[in-house]
Design a protein. Structure first.
Length: 89
């Protein structure tokens, strides 16, 4: 389980990226790199990190499901994810 402050920081980053997205795009098209540098650091989408929606785990993130590999396995074994079942041959 990630600390609540880490989860909150990622949410704040996502809001900042969304807020400055249009401005960043306009500055990039104009080639105004000094203007880009004046924007907040967290306005850059590169600084965002995918985290598990349920636990906040930053590593082992499965993009298709939005959860970590650990939770994915638990939920798949319990049959909580539609269309996913354990392979057997």
């Amino acid at each position: 389980m990630a600390k609540e402050s880490m989860k909150a920081r990622e949410v704040k980053r996502a809001k900042t990226v969304a807020k400055y997205a249009d401005k960043r795009k306009a500055l990039k098209e104009a080639g105004d790199y000094e203007g880009l540098q004046k924007l907040p650091k967290n306005a850059s989408p590169v600084r965002m990190h995918n985290r598990c929606k349920l636990t906040g785990r930053p590593k082992g993130y499965m993009r298709n499901f939005g959860i970590s590999r650990v939770l994915f396995r638990e939920m798949a074994n319990k049959g909580l994810i539609p269309g996913v079942k354990k392979a057997s041959w």
